[in-house]
Design a protein around this ligand. Structure first.
Ligand code: ATR
Length: 270
């Protein structure tokens, strides 16, 4: 019997997760299929009920349902509980689900080796994605500053998850903070509005934008022109997918092949 996996979100049509996971399922010979499941806000629990049968192994969950996924689970990992969001549910049978958060290990994997003694990170934005990143940096002992358009949200995030090593400030003053940073991470949705930040001279420091494709391209180009080493969000997307896959199957898939498929799909679409 073919098993079912998928990603629940709204919107979901442009998700690369089915491409990534179905590629791995085929490569590794699992008899399962991974589908995009469009579920409007407020209908998450109803949708989950339809999956409570022997066919479903688990689902990824994305906006706007990451909080609802946590609420629906009877078992919750410590990371998901701390962040207040789950992106991976595993069906345990008898209407019971376990919630995990693979965004955190995905982020750490994508960012690469951190040096808590010398790294100073500036995070732009204080939304849902920034929560996972602040949690990961705090747990790794890396000092960081959260800058947000709405300063009170940066302040809240720093005090809630920053473990005394997070500072906060206004996005308006990003130039003052970026000078002393070794890594800058953009989690804002400014790219969607076509707004760009002039980060100044990069001097081979890292600029990591968690968006990808057309959304992040102009900002990454600008940063690269100014001497920053740049990274887009595809590695993080593939890495969180790989950690979810490992939760469901107990085996780590090949991230490189997932990344290649995503690059090919984005190129074909452009
Ligand atoms: P995600 O889950 O991807 O983090 P989100 O929770 O909607 O998305 O958060 C979006 C982030 O982008 C927020 O930090 C938001 O700032 P506010 O808290 O002030 O709303 C930021 N953001 C969105 N549009 C922006 C813009 N035009 N300029 C600056 N920041 C922006």
């Amino acid at each position: 019997m073919t098993k079912l996996l998928g990603v629940i979100g709204d919107p979901i049509a442009h998700s690369l997760s089915p491409l990534i996971h179905n590629g791995w399922l085929q490569d590794m010979g699992f008899n399962a299929t991974y589908e995009a499941m469009q579920v409007p806000p407020g209908e998450f629990d109803k949708a989950l009920k339809t999956l409570e049968n022997g066919d479903c192994i688990g689902v990824n969950v994305t906006l706007p349902h990451k909080g609802a996924a946590l609420q629906a689970a009877s078992a919750v990992s410590e990371t998901a509980r701390t962040i207040g969001a789950a992106n991976t549910l595993t069906y345990l049978g008898r209407s019971q689900w376990r919630a995990d958060n693979s965004d955190v290990p995905g982020f750490i994997e994508a960012l690469g080796q951190l040096k808590p003694e010398t790294d100073r990170v500036v995070i732009l934005g204080a939304g849902g994605s920034a929560r996972a990143i602040v949690h990961a940096l705090s747990a790794s002992g890396v000092s960081h500053t959260i800058l947000n358009r709405t300063v009170s949200k940066a302040q809240e995030l720093a005090s809630e998850l920053g473990r005394n090593i997070a500072q906060y400030g206004s996005l308006d003053q990003y130039k003052d903070y970026i000078d002393s940073a070794t890594i800058v991470i953009n989690t804002t949705s400014m790219g969607h509005a076509g707004e760009l930040l002039d980060l100044g001279d990069g001097s081979d420091r890292l600029f990591f934008d968690i968006s990808y494709g057309k959304i992040s391209a102009p900002q990454l180009q600008l940063a690269s022109d100014r001497g920053w080493r740049v990274k887009d969000g595809l590695t993080m997307l593939v890495a969180q997918a790989a950690f979810s896959f490992e939760i469901w199957f107990g085996e780590m898939p090949d991230m490189e092949s997932g990344l290649k498929r995503c690059h090919a799909a984005l190129e074909a679409a452009s």
